[in-house]
Design a protein around this ligand. Sequence first.
Ligand code: SF4
Ligand code: SF4
Length: 133
Amino acid sequence: MLEINSVVEAKVDCTECGACCKGLMINVTKEEAAHAASGVGISTEVFKEKYIEESTGGQWIMNTIPCHFLTDNKCSIYENRFAECRAFPHLNKPNFADRLFGTLMHYSICPIVFNVVEQLKVKLDFFPERAEV
Ligand code: SF4
Ligand code: SF4
C-alpha cells in the first residue's frame, strides 16, 4: 500500500481537487488555532470567535464546511495549516489494516484514496464477484 500510495500521491495535484477542505470536519487543537491566528495577524480569541465551534466535550472544530481558509482551491494558511490537514488522507501512517474503515470512508471523496484502493484490489486480486460459490 505504501508503495502504491507514493506513486499515486505524486500524480495527484491537490490544488485541482480540494475535496477534503470542501467536505470534511476539521478538528483543531488550541495550539494550532493560536499558531494560525498569529499567522493571519489576529488574537486566538478572535480566531476562535470567527472560525471555531467548541463541542460539548471541549473539542475545537472549524465552524464551516467548506473550510474558511480555502481560497481558489488553495489553502490560504498553508504554512500554518492544522495537523489533520497535513496528515490527510492518512495513508502514510502505520497500521493501515487497522485503519481500513476510516480509509474507506474517504474512498468516494479523495482521489488519492480511490486510486490507492483500486490499485490495491488489483494487486491483491480482490474481485469477490469472481469468487466461487
Ligand atoms: S486549513 Fe487549509 S488545508 Fe486545512 S481544511 Fe482549511 S483550507 Fe484545507
Ligand atoms: S481530497 Fe485527497 S486529493 Fe483531494 S485535496 Fe484532499 S488529499 Fe488531495
